[in-house]
Design a binder for this molecule. Structure first.
Ligand SMILES: *[C@@H]1O[C@H](CO)[C@@H](O)[C@H](O)[C@H]1NC(C)=O
Ligand SMILES: *[C@@H]1O[C@H](CO)[C@@H](O)[C@H](O)[C@H]1NC(C)=O
Ligand SMILES: *[C@@H]1O[C@H](CO)[C@@H](O)[C@H](O)[C@H]1NC(C)=O
Ligand SMILES: *[C@@H]1O[C@H](CO)[C@@H](O)[C@H](O)[C@H]1NC(C)=O
Ligand SMILES: *[C@@H]1O[C@H](CO)[C@@H](O)[C@H](O)[C@H]1NC(C)=O
Length: 564
């Protein structure tokens, strides 16, 4: 008898546990049903949850309705009532019969509504998908989705939109602070004023831009070659931009309250996040850092240089590293046909504030046209990096803003021809007109001798370029290299005891360089899906980044050093 009572008691308590978990997590919300504070709506694979929360760093106890990762509840990806917190703990989300989501406080006041009611709604259902999208569907057609109302986070599958015809503008807006999800100062948005690009704005002020979309990628982001990104161009406008959803990897892009765009990837244990990169990643990617008509050179000192043929507008400011006034033409522009063009390689195109694109012109026509028009300050082939035979001429007028040089491992990117006075060309290496006149001299000295010299000259150039490339690579790293032995000793020969994690490239070890110097060692695994090139890119990127959440990079141990 006693035994059976015990069994019954055990059965009852199991039932009670079941019952309470059923009450706490629901899969869908039907008309008339309510999700109250303390309950969550879960996605089918339990990746995301919708519920009431108080931000981790909040100074008050106000509540918001939001979506977060079940594994990392502090990472909130969407908030319904950003501007209108609930001040009690009795908030409730109700789905009305006609398909309207209503968030109300204890007093019954409506703090937020999806405004999605339709007279025709027959049996609306609210569910949270494993993509993180909260979907209100009626008879299998979506009548409202949270992905259409981005907050500060872009998830794969979510589109950023700038479609004036449809009256749609979907962009990211930062939280006010890490404890307050209300609208903050920074916006990450598609920008179609010039050539289409993505920009970080603070009010009307531009803080960062990706550079124009060239049909395959943004010219200012040459290190990102992820085919998952897709752009939709209609009549030359970037209408939408998104990243494809992939169920095997969790990624997010967040516009943070301090103006940094941060890319996170979930670790393999699926319990924490790895910061993949931050934008702006370095001084030069801050919009217009050096002022007008300058070239910003990352990792160089000083970072700002006037373009050839230009001089600082204020020598005094320039000398004290106050760059904002930029540079002006010397002598001042008086529109002379004998100007020439200086080629600058591997740059982020200047912002297209005043520009013209003509896809019927070849690059030769472009040169002639730009030379003819006194207001034309530069031209380029916008499609060169696509390596198809497409024609195209992009011309800039007036001051050139925000040109950045790509160096080191990211030394790809398009070239630009900048209008300069002839006098500036004469003391510059590498401009095309001078090369042409040199060739003419060779021809004049006789065919056989000319051939001989040409071969010699090209040979020298190739050797020199190879040597420079080698030298550049090491300089760009600007890090002393450690031997593999030193690293092996520091990590106890990469022992499992020193293993502290696993990143996209392979294992990460804790090590001791000396008694005081603890280090983390990232090792590229043979089975890593990513190659040595990506690894190097990451090393360089980390070396350039300085962020409070990121360890400073010390050194790199390369198993094989390139022989120069
Ligand atoms: C819903 O409509 C009301 C009134 O037009 C508006 O004040 C409110 O901001 C809208 N809510 C949302 C979430 O769009
Ligand atoms: C639901 O959708 C199907 C097909 O789209 C349609 O045939 C059906 O009439 C709809 N039902 C209701 C109740 O609207
Ligand atoms: C653009 O993408 C192509 C491949 O799709 C790549 O080869 C090229 O280097 C990229 N160029 C720039 C400037 O990002
Ligand atoms: C999804 O991501 C995995 C891991 O990065 C990759 O192997 C796979 O090809 C991706 N799938 C698609 C459809 O892109
Ligand atoms: C150059 O710009 C000036 C003023 O911005 C304008 O008056 C002039 O017509 C322009 N010239 C050409 C050839 O476009």
């Amino acid at each position: 008898m006693e035994q059976s009572v015990q069994i019954l008691y055990a059965a009852l308590s199991i039932f009670a546990i079941f019952d309470s978990s059923l009450a706490a997590a629901v899969a869908t919300l039907s008309p008339g049903q309510t999700l109250s504070d303390g309950q969550v709506l879960s996605s089918p694979a339990q990746i995301f949850e919708l519920g009431f929360f108080t931000p981790a760093n909040s100074i008050s106890t106000v509540k918001f309705l939001g979506i977060w990762y079940r594994a990392t509840p502090d990472v909130v990806v969407w908030v319904a009532n950003r501007q209108n917190p609930i001040t009690s703990s009795a908030g409730a989300l109700t789905l009305s019969k006609n398909g309207n989501l209503i968030l109300s406080s204890a007093q019954g006041t409506i703090t937020w509504s999806s405004n999605s009611s339709t007279a025709a709604a027959s049996r609306p259902i609210l569910s949270l998908l494993d993509t993180g999208n909260l979907v209100l569907a009626d008879n299998s057609t979506n009548i409202w989705t949270s992905f259409d109302y981005p907050c500060d986070t872009r998830l794969p599958g979510m589109k950023m939109v700038d479609d004036s015809d449809a009256g749609l503008d979907k962009h990211l807006t930062s939280w006010k602070s890490s404890g307050d999800p209300s609208l903050g100062d920074f916006v990450y948005t598609i920008e179609n004023h010039g050539l289409p690009q993505m920009s970080i704005l603070m009010g009307k002020e531009k803080k960062y831009r990706t550079g124009p979309w060239n049909g395959r990628n943004f010219t200012g982001l040459p290190f990102i070659r992820d085919p998952a990104f897709g752009a939709e161009i209609v009549n030359g406008r970037l209408v939408s931009y998104s990243e494809a959803y992939n169920s095997s990897i969790y990624k997010r892009l967040t516009m943070d309250p301090s103006g940094l765009l941060q890319r996170y990837i979930m670790n393999e244990e699926r319990d924490g996040w790895i910061l993949a990169f931050t934008i702006p990643s370095e001084t030069c990617s801050n919009y217009g850092w050096c002022g007008v008509n300058t070239l910003c050179k990352p990792n160089k000192s000083p970072v700002c240089e006037c373009l050839n043929g230009f001089a600082p507008k204020s020598e005094r400011e320039w000398n004290s590293a106050a760059w904002t006034s930029g540079c002006g033409r010397i002598p001042p522009s008086d529109c002379r046909m004998e100007d020439g063009f200086m080629k600058v390689d591997r740059v982020k195109f200047p912002d297209t504030l005043s520009f013209r694109v003509d896809n019927s012109m070849s690059i030769g026509d472009c040169h002639e046209e730009c030379l003819r028009n006194c207001n034309c300050s530069a031209y380029a082939d916008p499609y060169l990096s696509l390596s198809d035979e497409r024609n195209g001429c992009l011309m800039w007028f007036g001051d050139l803003v925000d040109i950045m040089e790509f160096t080191g491992e990211v030394s790809i990117g398009p070239s630009i021809y900048i209008r300069v006075p002839k006098t500036a060309l004469d003391n510059t290496r590498g401009w095309n007109e001078r090369k042409r006149s040199k060739k003419l001299v060779f021809v004049a000295t006789g065919a056989s001798l000319g051939m001989f010299l040409l071969i010699l000259w090209f040979g020298c150039m190739i050797l020199r370029r190879r040597r420079q490339a080698c030298k550049k690579e090491n300089e760009d790293l600007e890090l002393p290299l450690f031997g593999l032995k030193t690293i092996a000793a520091a990590t106890n020969n990469f022992s499992d005891e020193n293993l502290i994690g696993e990143g996209g490239f392979g294992p990460v070890y804790k090590g001791n360089l000396s008694a005081e110097q603890a280090i983390a060692v990232k090792r590229m695994s043979r089975t890593s899906g990513q190659g040595p090139q990506e690894f190097k890119n990451e090393v360089i990127l980390i070396a350039k980044l300085q962020h409070r959440n990121l360890a400073r990079i010390w050194d790199v141990a390369l198993k094989e050093r390139r022989r120069c």
